[in-house]
Ligand binder design. Structure first.
Ligand code: SF4
Length: 183
């Protein structure tokens, strides 16, 4: 790894061990890729665990996980499980991109409706007070805090939810009945 892709070490503040790595791969398919890592668990689970043996694809898979906020180890484990299930004919879901996205939306709405029964709503979609009240002291965002309300409005709008962050009843109509929402 050090010979093939590592361009430097990375460390937590003040640690002399510097166990982290910074890597670079120039890929014809994906272009130049720079990442911190990959860590050994990431390499194992996104790599040989999924039958992948080249840096180009391991690093690209790591980038995708990082971009979407997925844990690389869990992602590698899930992909490997899906691959094995497919090989053994255990799952035969015939889903195109639209039906997969629709299923994902139903899952998010179901979670939201369940949580609404427990009293969760817009007031709970928040961030640590420090992010909201203490402005940045330097850099391009100096003097700014996070304006949460417009972000919530935009997200709820994209999801088709109410201003209070609740899915409408008709969101139930494309899949199993989720039960009544709590307003
Ligand atoms: S050993 Fe690695 S993870 Fe632990 S503090 Fe040092 S740099 Fe950070």
């Amino acid at each position: 790894m050090r010979r093939d892709i590592v361009v430097g070490d990375a460390s937590c503040f003040g640690c002399p061990v510097a166990c982290g790595k910074r890597s670079y791969v120039a890929s014809e398919k994906y272009g130049p890729m720079r990442i911190e890592g990959p860590e050994f668990e990431t390499i194992g689970l996104l790599g040989p665990n999924c039958g992948v043996g080249d840096w180009e694809h391991i690093v690209r898979a790591t980038q995708i996980c990082d971009d979407y906020g997925f844990d690389t180890m869990n992602a590698g484990g899930c992909v490997a499980l899906a691959m094995e299930c497919f090989e053994k004919g255990i799952i035969g879901l015939n889903m195109d991109e639209d039906s997969l996205n629709s299923a994902a939306e139903r899952i998010i709405n179901l979670e939201r409706l369940y949580n609404s029964r427990l009293g969760v709503s817009r007031k709970d979609d928040t961030l640590p007070q420090r992010f909201l009240k203490e402005s940045m002291i330097k850099g391009n965002s100096a003097g700014e805090t996070i304006e949460l309300d417009p972000m919530l409005d935009e997200y709820y709008d994209i999801m088709g939810w109410s201003k209070d962050g609740l899915p409408p009843e008709e969101k139930n109509s494309h899949g199993p009945s989720y039960g009544k929402r709590q307003s």
